[in-house]
Design a protein around this ligand. Structure first.
Ligand SMILES: Nc1nc2c(ncn2[C@@H]2O[C@@H]3COP(=O)(O)O[C@H]4[C@@H](O)[C@H](n5cnc6c(=O)[nH]c(N)nc65)O[C@@H]4COP(=O)(O)O[C@H]3[C@H]2O)c(=O)[nH]1
Length: 743
């Protein structure tokens, strides 16, 4: 109620229904004091009839189904009837001032609120006027002029009321419209702010692709200003490679097959570069029935860059940025497929730097890396766009030349690459002259598959290297596989150190009298990448021939020294670690310095380091051996003559060598229990050694009977499968811990 009163006051004020306005309306209706007096005169008489009026009014309203629904319950109806009675009471009370007006507005509002349309409201007045006419006739029929004047006066007041009721409706409608407009404005403002401040780009697009509205983020993503964008179409913004797919999706959107779509594509930035975006587009018809698209765009360039980087990393060599082996095989397959279609040739080149290890060793790995990067640049710089240069690893590169008409074209490129490689390079202030060896295979002549072509080029490269290097060789079928195997072996051996393919195994040496492990012999093992273990007998002779034994031997010595130190630090009882020295190592001028340096650098105890040199090697130059042995002996290092009995030792020299032990070759030990000659030799060697105060170590002991023989003949130490095969360092450690626990 309070609400209604307040509203009526407010409405009266808003509608400017002040005294002047009310007076104006009354004047227009010609409502005079005489009318007021006439109405007052019948006021009392009418009151008795009033109840029937308002009942009739609402009964009549309820005849209409639509209106019955608005007056659902008796309570509402009673409330309305009471309000109507009040209205009727006021109609003839003769007080048509501001209060009267507000009361009328209230009644109007009540009816507006329940949803009674003006047509029904006015229509119901007709019912009421008819009843009033009849009632007045009943009361004043005997005085027709008074009846007419009174009815006329009532009509004027009722018209005043109807005018006010209609005003109430209009005012309420206006207010509703105003509220709707406010809500709309508010929503539009919210949308405007959301649109402009959105973290994603938003564009409204016309059916023909023109941009109709864009937000700030959209402009930022594309680099254009808003005004510039409104002169463009989505197609103009889209990367040419993405347009066809776009058109397809838009057609499906238009046909209603899709409600919206989302996809990753590229826009062309104003500055010309591509920008990766994720776009979600939906379609709608605007108020005028025109097709519109709402496009929401998210900048995903960063994510795409990260993805591209990952793909790149998976396919490229990190140091040089060249394709790696995986991508190379892919490119080679493509080149082969193309050559097959076009009946052309493909050349595969294996490029390997000559003496790269020297650079690494003398100038360090960082300098080595610099050389690799520069070589990669030189190789790639001499190729066509469509050719591929890849890094295989280490100092090896593979080049694929596609679409060749003649074999000579490959020669031209190989010459260019060799020429480029030999350009001087300044590294750490030192000028170096790199050279390379190139092996070339041709599709289809030397193979139809990538693997076959790569292998053939690799083989040819070893042939090129086997010469003086700095040259190229084509693969030829006649390359005998035996020769090639050794060439391949040599090449592989050259790379084995860089690739960390060597390991040391250790075979325990046992004191025969006490049964305790007193030492180990370090034995080299080579496991090429992806290949089977190569026994030392198969590669050490080749390493000797090629001089590779020197760096390999250095590695063995350094590793064994470091291992000895590690065992000492692990708390194991002192173990003498024996290392085999090859003839080439033994001939090194700097052998003594090398051993001294390694002992110093690794922290190994020289008293527990033994160097084994075969009898044959020692006797090649016994004079030099004496000098070297002396110096090594002064250092505290133990010395042993290996494979004793297989060569011809000069006893006079043997006596002068400051050596510690003789090792009896396993070929004698093998048959000591059933070959009287071997038994005699072993027996004699033990006696001879002991006469010179040398220890005797028997190699290749495989059973208890051999051991029994050696024990009976006073042999000091033994090694052989009977105790253990050569095993990795960790197994020696475990073995020692077990022995210690048992003791
Ligand atoms: N049948 C039989 N064989 C046994 C038995 N016990 C040990 N052996 C094997 O006899 C060889 C002993 O080494 P070696 O005479 O110095 O003969 C070595 C040595 O001359 C050379 N070698 C191995 N490692 C190196 C190294 O680091 N440097 C040099 N220069 N030569 C090495 O390769 C040769 C062969 O080495 P491995 O194959 O390891 O063969 C080892 C060892 O595994 C046994 O009871 N029965």
């Amino acid at each position: 109620m309070r609400d209604l009163d307040q509203w009526a006051d407010m409405a009266a004020a808003e509608m400017k229904l002040d005294a002047k306005e009310i007076a104006g309306r009354k004047a227009f209706l010609e409502l005079s004091d005489k009318d007021v007096a006439l109405l007052r005169d019948i006021h009392a008489a009418l009151q008795d009839k009033m109840h029937g009026f308002s009942k009739g009014f609402y009964d009549h309203l309820q005849t209409e189904p639509e209106l019955r629904a608005l007056l659902p319950d008796e309570r509402t109806l009673n409330r309305l009837r009471r309000s109507q009675q009040g209205y009727l009471h006021g109609l003839t009370a003769g007080q048509y001032d501001g209060d009267y007006v507000r009361e009328r507005l209230r009644v109007g509002l009540v009816h507006h609120r329940i949803g009674l349309a003006p047509k029904w409201y006015i229509g119901a007045y007709r019912k009421y006027l008819t009843e009033l006419l009849e009632t007045l006739w009943e009361l004043l029929g005997d005085d027709p002029p008074r009846f007419l004047a009174t009815y006329g006066a009532a009509l004027k007041v009722i018209c005043l009321d109807m005018g006010l009721a209609l005003d109430t409706y209009a005012h309420a409608d206006q207010q509703q419209l105003r509220q709707q407009a406010n809500r709309l404005r508010e929503r539009e403002e919210q949308y405007r702010l959301t649109f402009n401040q959105a973290a994603v780009g938003i564009a409204h697009v016309a059916g023909d692709g023109r941009l109709l509205r864009v937000n700030a983020k959209f402009a930022a993503i594309t680099g254009y200003t808003e005004a510039e964008l409104l002169r463009l179409t989505i197609t103009q913004l889209t990367h040419p490679d993405d347009r066809d797919h776009d058109l397809l999706l838009i057609a499906r959107l238009k046909s209603g097959e899709l409600a919206e779509y989302s996809r990753e594509k590229r826009y062309i930035h104003k500055e010309g570069h591509a920008v990766w975006i994720n776009v979600t587009a939906s379609s709608l018809l605007d108020a005028a029935g025109e097709r519109r698209y709402i496009t929401v765009v998210e900048d995903i360039s960063r994510r795409k860059q990260a993805e591209e980087k990952l793909v790149r990393m998976a396919n490229h060599d990190a140091l040089t940025g060249l394709p790696n082996r995986m991508l190379l095989e892919d490119r080679l397959s493509q080149a082969i497929a193309h050559a097959h279609r076009t009946q052309t040739l493909v050349a595969v080149m294996f490029v390997d730097l000559d003496r790269f290890k020297n650079i690494n060793d003398s100038l360090g790995h960082d300098a080595g890396d610099e050389v690799i990067v520069e070589i990669a640049r030189r190789i790639a710089g001499n190729l066509r766009e469509t050719d591929t240069a890849a890094r295989q690893g280490g100092d090896e590169f593979v080049v694929v030349l596609g679409d060749l008409a003649r074999e000579e074209d490959a020669c031209t490129v190989a010459d260019k690459i060799l020429g480029a490689l030999t350009q001087p390079m300044v590294l750490r202030g030192q000028e170096i002259f790199p050279t390379g060896s190139i092996g070339i295979s041709l599709y289809p002549r030397d193979g139809l598959e990538p693997q076959a072509l790569l292998k053939a080029a690799d083989t040819a490269m070893y042939r090129a290297k086997a010469g003086s290097g700095n040259t190229y060789e084509f693969y030829v079928n006649s390359m005998g596989m035996d020769a090639m195997d050794s060439l391949r072996l040599e090449g592989a051996l050259r790379r084995a150190l860089e690739r960390d393919e060597f390991q040391l195994h250790y075979q325990p040496q046992v004191d025969i009298a006490t049964g305790t492990v007193v030492g180990v012999e370090a034995l080299l093992r080579w496991q090429p990448q992806g290949g089977a273990m190569v026994p030392p007998g198969d590669f050490i002779p080749l390493a000797e021939q090629t001089g590779l034994i020197v760096p390999i031997g250095d590695w063995v010595l350094a590793t064994a020294c470091a291992q000895q130190k590690a065992w000492r630090e692990a708390g194991l009882p002192p173990l003498t670690v024996s290392v085999n020295l090859s003839a080439r190592q033994f001939q090194r001028q700097d052998l003594v310095e090398l051993v001294a340096r390694l002992v110093r650098e690794t922290g190994c105890d020289p008293r527990y380091l033994a160097l084994e040199i075969t009898e044959t090697d020692v006797m090649e130059n016994p004079q030099a051996a004496v000098a070297i042995f002396r110096q090594l002996n002064e250092m505290g290092v133990q010395l042993a003559i290996d494979d004793f009995g297989t060569g011809y030792s000069s006893l006079s020299y043997l006596k002068r060598f400051p050596i510690d032990s003789l090792k009896i070759d396993r070929s004698f030990v093998h048959d000591i229990t059933h070959d009287i000659d071997d038994a005699t030799i072993v027996h004699s060697v033990i006696a001879l050694a002991h006469s010179m105060h040398l220890k005797v170590v028997a190699e290749g002991v495989e059973d208890a009977r051999q051991l029994q023989f050696l024990r009976e003949h006073g042999c000091d130490q033994m090694q052989g499968y009977y105790v253990s095969k050569p095993v990795p360092a960790s197994a020696i450690e475990a073995m020692m811990q077990r022995t210690r626990a048992a003791a």
